[in-house]
Write a protein that binds this ligand. Structure first.
Ligand code: NAD
Ligand code: MLT
Length: 310
């Protein structure tokens, strides 16, 4: 069996595939026609969020059995085309959850205390102490949009830091929210209006695309928005405007509608929007976990055994 790996995946997983006797080819730069040619004889393809696995890829990959997503979001994979071609798509839904939650908490503090801005100015030789008066999370309300795996871990951490939690998630029960010390509301607007900090943890779906736009940001009336879930859930032009004109205090973004973010993105021009380059899952432990989980799923598929996260 041949496996092509087109986004950076930890060695621990690739080693497991080699030990199982598979031929593993790594090419992190490949795209376009070269990708279509490279997939023509592979049985497994491993990606993260960087590779778009399109209908054309499935059409070209006549031997393909499984696409392994070494992470959670499968929005870069055309699932319908995979189904049409009888290809399994399996993600690694657990291994990077804590890393993503920790990054979200770090982003909340970073934006509320202007840490990146103050850091940059001090590195430039400026002692800008009097320019920064931050906000504490203690006694503030956190609005969580999407109380799934990552949202729950964020809830636990910020609850323990003194925040009140309000959740919007149409697919969970009030009892479930209460297990995390949160109140479930059945309207996104209520969640945004009550919150001092809003954090997004939904998948990118047709129903969540641009779910937070100008109107929703106006409901926040101040406060901070954190998105470590997926670009495209928040309307970026509306967000840049809302922070620039003071509708909200600031935003912290790890994910973007277009990655890498173009240099002329309006988001980069607004000082109170802090950004990281999709680092939510970028810890050694998380990358090792998802690489191993993904490798195991390829091995199961090749052995015609059940694939757990298909
Ligand atoms: P999950 O599937 O466990 O949870 C998603 C939650 O969103 C569910 O509870 C679901 O009911 C809820 N939801 C769905 N549609 C909704 C809607 N319209 N409104 C409100 N809630 C809705 O997913 P997860 O593992 O918690 O991951 C959450 C997001 O974080 C995904 O987009 C994932 O790709 C992303 N993620 C990003 C990074 C990163 O590196 N930045 C790392 C891990 C995960
Ligand atoms: C995910 O959905 O798991 C994230 O995109 C993490 C990643 O692969 O970088």
């Amino acid at each position: 069996m041949k496996v092509l790996v087109t986004d950076p995946v930890a060695d621990a997983g690739l080693e497991r595939l080699r030990e199982a006797g598979y031929e593993v080819t790594i090419d992190y730069e490949i795209e376009g026609d070269e990708l279509l040619e490279a997939v023509s004889d592979v049985h497994g393809l491993i990606v993260r969020s960087g590779t778009e696995v399109t209908k054309e890829v499935f059409e070209a990959a006549s031997e393909l059995i499984i696409v392994g997503r070494a992470g959670i979001g499968v929005d870069n994979i055309d699932i319908e085309a995979a189904t049409d071609h009888g290809v399994i798509v399996a993600n690694a839904p657990e291994g990077n959850v804590r890393a993503a939650a920790e990054h979200t908490v770090a982003m909340a503090f970073a934006v509320a205390r202007s840490i990146p801005q103050a850091h940059a100015r001090l590195k430039d030789g400026e002692w800008a102490k009097s320019d920064y008066l931050g906000t504490e999370v203690n006694n503030k309300t956190l609005g969580i949009v999407g109380l799934g795996r990552v949202g729950q871990e964020v809830a636990k951490r910020l609850d323990s830091l003194g925040m009140d939690l309000v959740v919007f998630d149409p697919y969970i029960s009030q009892e479930r929210a209460q297990q995390f010390g949160a109140t479930l509301v059945d309207d996104l607007g209520d969640c945004l209006a009550q919150a001092d900090f809003v954090t997004i943890h939904t998948p990118l779906l047709p129903e969540t695309e641009n779910m937070i736009s100008k109107e929703e940001l106006e409901l926040m009336d101040g406060g901070y928005l954190i998105n470590c879930a997926r670009g495209g859930i928040v309307d970026e032009t509306a967000l840049a405007d809302a922070v620039a004109n003071g509708t909200i205090e600031g935003a912290a973004l790890d994910v973007f509608a277009e990655e890498p973010v173009p240099e002329d993105s309006p988001l980069l021009a607004v000082d109170d929007i802090i950004v990281t380059p999709h680092l939510g899952a970028a810890t050694e432990a998380a990358q090792e976990n998802v690489a191993i989980d993904t490798a195991e799923q390829l091995i199961a598929a090749f052995n015609q055994e059940p694939v757990l996260n298909a």
